[in-house]
Design a protein around this ligand. Structure first.
Ligand code: HEM
Length: 511
């Protein structure tokens, strides 16, 4: 009886939320005047939830507007939750480094990403430490990182460039985000399983697993914003986004179980980049007693797959979009690539120039352009932490046990107080030393795109190598154009994918 009553109550809460959100939208659209405060009103019962929901379609810019007006920190009060929203670098250093033990991800975070529960992204404390140590030892194994770099180079030469050449020769517009999504799926899965799923191939197979992974991030965003009782009620009733997520979970589970079963039958396989063979990551995990449980193994592998796939897959379309709009920056990148390319052409290599990972290592401007993209368009635009015990932030704000802290990376990039008056401009020069020969040191609590402190991204170096390989090859061999009339905006998701994709036309360059 008690359980029934609780479900009815949860459903009622959901209906009331939706009703109030619509009501608020209606009044807002007819009442907001220019110059009015963007800070959400604190209503009885619903507190700030109606204001937050009314601006959800534009959440990241809305948070940036709030934090600009409020001075880098703001308390968001919604039913059942106290949220401290910040983009203050001093607070970030405190949360991620100085007092990081007091700011775990927390159980609610694990519940939100239940398909990954037990994987490195959702656990804290000793469980996290063990997985981090394991992953770092796998990454440090001789040949794995160079194998990942080599696999990327190989896929650029045999997958991405032939596809682009075909589209360019027929003047056909295509969705760059979808093509990159196929490419990074293969890029992340090949070293993980030792098998190339070949999503980027001429027959363009179904992307249902990649789409299911995107759904986890989209519904994850919804769960972050909604009071837990609301999304849990929807999950029990299997309605709305929760219904979509349930279907996505089934697809993901099926894919990972298939890969694990194949591995058990076929034993250790290798990722072959044509010249050398490299042992895959799954082979290093499959006989480890910490990973004996299949569900846990799946959750842990999914975390690694998302770590490599979603991040690079989100960043590359943004950089192509920005470069297509900034021909002057493309020219500077080409000037930097030119000595390497001329050498290759003089050696009589094919008309399509591929830059080896070793060759792009020292290219400073290319790296500055990548970092500038990640600054303005961080692949994880929001980080979330929980407060373990009462604390006082360097900004003077008090936070209390159980509070949620949301750190808006997207907003931090848009704060004049952090990045200067031109913070909203795309300007790779801000990363360069005066003589332009070196990259300036920027602390990770200010440039948080790869996280900061003990949980800093362990894949950063390999990610930069891979992205440089892709961007150098595309920029050198093609001119890029964004098809007019598109609305380019972030999707409502935990990653900063583009909502409507990115339709582009490429033209082969005569070099
Ligand atoms: C553009 C590329 C990348 C970006 C921007 C990026 C960013 C991040 C961020 C922000 C986190 C913290 C996430 C959180 O705890 O909420 C993270 C963690 C992590 N990343 Fe990356 N990442 C990138 C590429 C990669 C790659 C290629 C790999 C794998 C080779 C990887 C593996 C991981 C892992 C395992 C963690 C968890 C670390 C921990 O919790 O201790 N990342 N990354």
């Amino acid at each position: 009886m008690a359980i029934l009553f609780s479900r009815e109550q949860e459903l009622l809460i959901s209906v009331v939320f939706v009703f109030l959100a619509f009501l608020y939208l209606y009044f807002r659209s007819s009442s907001r005047s220019h110059g009015q405060s963007v800070l959400p009103a604190d209503w009885p019962v619903m507190h700030m939830l109606p204001g937050v929901i009314a601006n959800l379609h534009n959440a990241h810019d809305y948070f940036a507007a709030i934090l600009t007006e409020a001075g880098h920190n703001f308390r968001v009060h919604i039913p059942q939750r106290h949220i401290f929203l910040t983009c203050d670098p001093g607070n970030v250093r405190h949360i991620f480094t100085t007092n990081h033990a007091n700011f775990p991800k927390g159980r609610e975070f694990a519940a939100i990403f239940d398909i990954m529960d037990g994987g490195i992204f959702t656990v804290d404390g000793e469980q996290w430490r063990r997985q981090r140590t394991k992953f770092q030892s796998v990454l440090s194994s001789p040949g794995l990182v160079s194998g990942m770099a080599a696999c990327c180079r190989d896929k650029v030469e045999n997958g991405l460039l032939p596809f682009f050449t075909h589209m360019a020769s027929t003047d056909t517009p295509f969705d760059m985000q979808e093509v990159i999504s196929r490419f990074v799926f293969d890029l992340a899965a090949t070293p993980l399983f030792g098998v190339d799923p070949s999503l980027l191939s001429s027959d363009m197979p179904s992307m249902d697993v990649a789409v299911a992974m995107d759904t986890v991030m989209e519904v994850g965003f919804f769960r972050h914003v909604m009071p837990a009782t609301c999304w849990k009620a929807m999950r029990r009733l299997n309605i709305g986004p929760e219904r979509k997520l349930d279907a996505a979970h089934k697809v993901i589970r099926g894919f990972f179980m298939e890969m694990i079963e194949k591995k058990k039958i076929n034993g250790e396989r290798v990722c072959n980049d044509g010249e050398q063979e490299h042992v895959d990551v799954l082979s290093s995990y499959i006989n480890d007693p910490d990973y004996a449980d299949d569900d846990l193994l799946r959750a842990k592998l999914l975390s690694l797959m998302l770590g490599g796939r979603d991040t690079i897959g989100t960043t590359l379309p943004w950089i192509f979009y920005i470069l297509a709009k900034n021909p002057n920056i493309v020219s500077i990148i080409r000037n930097e690539l030119s000595p390497i390319a001329s050498h290759k052409v003089a050696m009589g290599k094919s008309s399509m120039v591929i830059f080896e990972p070793e060759e792009t290592k020292h290219l400073v401007y290319l790296k500055a352009a990548l970092y500038e993209t990640l600054r303005l368009y961080p692949s994880a635009p929001i980080e979330r932490k929980t407060v373990a015990t009462d604390d006082i932030m360097p900004s003077g704000h008090e936070v209390h046990t159980g509070d949620t802290i949301l750190i808006s990376l997207y907003s931090m990039a848009r704060m004049e107080g952090v990045w200067g008056k031109d913070c909203r401009d795309y300007n790779p020069h801000r990363w360069l030393s005066e003589d332009g020969n070196k990259l300036m040191y920027v602390p990770s609590h200010k440039f948080l795109s790869f996280n900061s402190g003990p949980r800093m991204c362990p894949g950063k170096d390999i990610a930069v190598v891979q992205m440089k390989t892709v961007v150098a090859a595309v920029v050198w061999n093609f001119d890029m154009e964004v098809v007019e009339g598109q609305s380019i905006q972030p999707k409502l998701s935990c990653t900063l994918q583009m909502k409507n994709g990115l339709t582009m036309i490429l033209k082969k360059r005569e070099t």
